[in-house]
Ligand binder design. Structure first.
Ligand SMILES: Cc1cc2nc3c(=O)[nH]c(=O)nc-3n(C[C@H](O)[C@H](O)[C@H](O)COP(=O)(O)OP(=O)(O)OC[C@H]3O[C@@H](n4cnc5c(N)ncnc54)[C@H](O)[C@@H]3O)c2cc1C
Length: 244
């Protein structure tokens, strides 16, 4: 499912300032915009293609336990709490975007990570031990047990880890729903690149678009993700006085 294209505000030299200006309309930017608008704030999002970004290629694993890494205990606590809240979040977003929760592709079906060779097996065994030390629930399965769960697996699978608590979402459907929820909450979309930040007395006050339009806001949220470091997609600070 392709994300819906939200209505675009016409470029203007001076836009009415909003309470919040979000740079980047990927999952993080759209959720931030939607939640801010729900709290009664006026919100604008700047992105040439809101709803695009990494969500268009991501797998949508909500895998706090399967993707555990050494030294990430603090992150683990955050990930587990996020996973615990996900069903309510999905239900609320579905309602706000006029969908059924199943339309978001949210599935609480568990995760199976399989080992294709002995290196994979050793890695998953180590992960299993770390999960147990961390008090997490996961189960080691033989290759045969894995294939019983998923008959399409290759005959040579050497074993695997089953984590019932790790779920999944369809990131394309998620962003499509977020776009509608934002639209319904009166979030304004500027379909353009933010070329640079407007900084006044060490505080981000807005951004300047490619056509020179200046957008001002009480709070500027940078949610441009990985592309924030790349060429024109990186809003560079500019210390020239802003018009506000
Ligand atoms: C192949 C792949 C698989 C993944 N699988 C998983 C998974 O299974 N589970 C999981 O949890 N995560 C997964 N992820 C990670 C997850 O998709 C990302 O962490 C998440 O989508 C990032 O969202 P975001 O909003 O931070 O950034 P993005 O989706 O990158 O969005 C950033 C947005 O900012 C915009 N932007 C950038 N610069 C500017 C600018 N100057 N002006 C205006 N707009 C700008 C871009 O156009 C883009 O729309 C995967 C990622 C990839 C690439």
């Amino acid at each position: 499912m392709q994300p819906r294209t939200p209505p675009c505000t016409a470029p203007a030299e001076s836009q009415t300032p909003t309470d919040v200006l979000v740079v980047g309309g990927g999952i993080i930017g759209l959720v931030t915009a939607w939640r801010s608008a729900q709290r009664g704030l006026s919100v604008a999002v700047v992105d040439p293609e809101p709803g695009g970004g990494a969500a268009q290629v991501a797998a949508g694993m909500l895998a706090a336990v399967t993707e555990l890494h050494h030294g990430e205990q603090t992150l683990l606590a955050l990930n587990l709490e996020s996973a615990r809240r996900y069903p309510d979040f999905a239900a609320e977003l579905a309602a706000a975007s006029g969908r059924e929760v199943g339309d978001l592709g949210y599935r609480a079906c568990g995760t199976l990570a399989v080992a294709l060779d002995s290196d994979d097996r050793a890695h998953l065994r180590e992960l299993h031990a770390l999960q147990r030390r961390s008090g997490l629930e996961s189960e080691w399965l033989s290759g045969r047990e894995c294939r019983r769960l998923e008959p399409m697996l290759a005959p040579g699978v050497r074993g695997g880890l089953r984590v019932d608590g790790d779920h999944q979402i369809d990131p394309r459907r998620l962003t499509a729903a977020l776009l509608v929820a934002c639209e319904r909450a009166d979030v304004i979309f500027h379909r353009a690149w933010a070329e640079r930040l407007s900084v006044v007395r060490d505080r981000a006050r807005g951004v300047v678009l490619g056509d020179g339009t200046e957008l001002h806001a009480g709070q500027v949220v940078l949610a441009a993700a990985a592309s924030a470091g790349a060429s024109r997609a990186s809003p560079r600070p500019s210390c020239r006085p802003s018009g506000r």
